[in-house]
Design a protein around this ligand. Structure first.
Ligand code: FE2
Length: 365
């Protein structure tokens, strides 16, 4: 059986990587997409310093979990004002990078409605214009800087859409732990656990291959070994660097497998119970692990590499999460047994849930 691994993103990592921005943009014009606090953190000023007159616009209003109600007007304004601009620099967490991926593909009508209609009915959007994306994560966990997918939320309709095109890969990612040093404890934890979830989800995944496994095992082991120490020492640049590299490896892993059951469950928990993504996609990991064990000898072998002996791995993973203050039962989040059972059944039939090796019709790899 032949297998393949593909990731076209040129990744720079290590403290100081941010300074590569000017050479990457070169002589082209760029627009910065970022989050409101980026200005007071000094990130916007540094981008201006590096790009000078090449930085022709800024959008600094991206909120967590970008919703169609905010994305639509922002997209339409962006394509009115920046039709001729070459590069988007996305500086922020997953919400910022996902927003930039949505912005980078220009529809024929230059309107968001055309993009949303294609995403909703699953037709392949043929963008008329595409901008180059340079992604600079300020959290360690999303992986969005090395994947082509963007999550688009529609809170009004209580659904989550996924934009996925050939064109939505970033061209470069700058993973600079120095940008993460002032990240608060809550976001450090959420993003670190998102990375752990990406790693494990790419192992109990029908699309796993030996290359994604190598990234996933390294990422899972490093997050487990390092995140608790980072939570006690948030300003530690060395620990920030290790967790950011682990998150990058987890991104490399799931860039080829997509996520699985824990993420499928998470979308409901975020839409209906308001849980932050990193908690929503990690609280269920011990339960999903329990369902994954024993499905295939090959997957069990990789899970042992990532988590140690399987007879104690569920308890150990649960203890790891609880020591970090994350509750691991549905009931802890106000979801009672019947509702949880229905949610899991539903999640197993979702696009990401069907990647899980324990889903009906899944082909254990
Ligand atoms: Fe995630």
């Amino acid at each position: 059986v032949t297998q393949s691994y593909f990731n076209p993103v040129r990744s720079f990592f290590g403290a100081g990587s941010f300074s590569r921005l000017s050479e990457l943009v070169g002589e082209r014009d760029a627009v910065l997409i970022t989050f409101p606090e980026a200005r007071e953190l000094g990130f916007v000023a540094r981008a201006h310093e590096m790009l000078q007159g090449k930085l022709v616009g800024e959008i600094d209003t991206v909120q967590p979990n970008p919703d169609v109600a905010a994305l639509g007007p922002a997209y339409n304004a962006f394509w009115r004002e920046h039709r001729g601009t070459d590069v988007i620099v996305a500086l922020g967490g997953g919400s910022v990078i996902d927003t930039a991926k949505t912005m980078m593909v220009g529809t024929r009508s230059a309107s968001f409605d055309e993009l949303l209609a294609a995403v909703k009915d699953g037709t392949l959007l043929q963008p008329e214009r595409v901008k180059t994306l340079i992604a600079i994560p300020t959290t360690a966990g999303t992986g969005s800087e090395v994947t082509p997918w963007a999550t688009i939320w529609d809170y009004g309709a209580q659904v989550k859409h996924s934009l996925h095109l050939e064109q939505t890969w970033p061209s470069a990612a700058l993973i600079d732990p120095a940008l993460m040093q002032s990240l608060p404890a809550s976001v450090t934890l959420q993003s670190g656990l998102d990375a752990l979830s990406h790693a494990l989800e790419s192992i109990w995944n029908v699309n796993a291959n030996p290359i994604s496994d190598t990234f996933a095992v390294a990422a899972a082991r490093e997050v487990i070994a390092t995140l608790p120490a980072l939570m006690r020492d948030l300003g530690n640049l060395d620990l920030r660097g290790r967790v950011s590299l682990a998150a990058l490896k987890a991104g490399m892993a799931f860039s080829n497998t997509k996520t699985a059951l824990a993420h499928s469950i998470s979308y409901e928990m975020t839409l209906r119970y308001g849980l932050a993504h990193g908690i929503a996609c990690s609280f269920s990991l011990p339960m999903v692990l329990q369902r994954a064990i024993g499905r295939s000898a090959d997957r069990d072998r990789v899970l042992v590499e990532a988590l140690g002996p399987l007879d104690v791995s569920c308890q150990r993973l649960q203890a790891f999460l609880e020591r970090l203050g994350v509750k691991t039962q549905f009931s802890d989040y106000g979801v009672d047994g019947n509702v949880a059972d229905r949610m899991i059944a539903q999640a197993l039939t979702g696009a990401r849930g069907r990647n899980f090796i324990g889903a009906d019709g899944a082909m254990p790899g």
